[in-house]
Design a protein. Structure first.
Length: 296
């Protein structure tokens, strides 16, 4: 009498309707995995799908693969988590919030907790390497911290001082210490030029001036004129490339940088050209320009 086949190639039966090896089509991406992997987290959506007896209720594609209408790229991280309940993401992973949404859909509460942003004591996002690039401390960062801590230990009034006024040379020195760093100003502009340059060029106003650099430096230089709506919780020790200014005058931005002690160290620009209309020779020139400023 032949023994029952218990290998991974065993065919599904009424008691065990799923094969050992299962093919999935997730948003057009094909994944092949083992059945125990899909049911490794009890109560999850995949566990509910692949522990039921009625296989016919599950959607399939034209080739018979089980179909899940979700993000096929992000599902690779869901499947990795299902294998060993650990989360390993690449450096500077940009899709963290979307992956958290996928984890909620697949009913993986522990994975949702791992992906949730950490809140620091200052009510800002914590040190999470997947949210933004880590900061490299500037040469004056340690000196600033040392001066600040030293001034905090001084008594409120120096004995013998006139009128009990605080005479702290360390506190005065800390006010003069400025952090070194780079700030990049970028803008996109365009203008229309007629045939043989015989007509006046029609310039469009600068739509937006972008600011790239460390958040603390950007806030120091531009203050209330900095629009932070796209990164409202960016900590001061993080870098940003999403801020922009509330005004559109480059000279105004340059003046603020100069007042803060920055000077320009580099500039680059790229441009493209296209015909404005098929019936005319007018051309539209579009350029993107960046100015790099540095403060020692």
């Amino acid at each position: 009498m032949a023994l029952a086949d218990t290998t991974g190639c065993a065919k599904p039966s009424e008691d065990f309707p799923f094969p050992e090896i299962i093919e999935l089509n997730v948003g057009g991406q094909v994944y092949i995995t083992r059945h125990p992997t899909l049911v490794s987290v009890p109560g999850s959506l995949l566990w509910e799908m692949f522990t039921q007896k009625n296989v016919r209720s599950l959607a399939r594609d034209s080739k018979g693969r089980f179909f899940v209408d979700r993000d096929g790229f992000l599902f690779r991280y869901i499947l990795d988590y299902m294998r060993d309940q650990q989360l390993v993401l690449p450096d500077h992973f940009p899709e963290r919030s979307r992956l958290q949404r996928e984890a909620e859909y697949f009913m993986l509460p522990e994975l949702v907790k791992m992906l949730a942003p950490k809140i620091s004591k200052q009510n800002s996002l914590g040190d999470d390497p997947c949210q933004s690039d880590p900061e490299e401390l500037s040469p004056n960062a340690d000196a600033t911290r040392n001066l600040t801590s030293a001034s905090a230990t001084l008594p409120s009034a120096v004995a013998g001082g006139p009128g009990g006024v605080v005479t702290s040379s360390v506190g005065a020195a800390s006010a003069d210490v400025r952090r070194a760093g780079f700030i990049t100003i970028g803008y996109r502009g365009s203008y229309t030029l007629g045939r043989d340059s015989q007509t006046d060029a029609k310039f469009r106003r600068v739509a937006r001036i972008m600011v790239c650099g460390k958040t603390s430096l950007a806030k120091e230089v531009f203050g209330d004129t900095l629009n932070e709506s796209r990164d409202p919780d960016r900590p001061p020790e993080r870098y940003t490339s999403r801020y922009y200014l509330k005004f559109t005058f480059l000279e105004q931005a340059f003046d603020k940088l100069a007042d803060a002690g920055f000077h320009m160290v580099a500039c680059n620009s790229t441009g493209t050209c296209a015909f404005a209309h098929d019936q005319t020779d007018d051309r539209i020139w579009t350029s993107y320009t960046e100015y790099v400023f540095y403060r020692e």
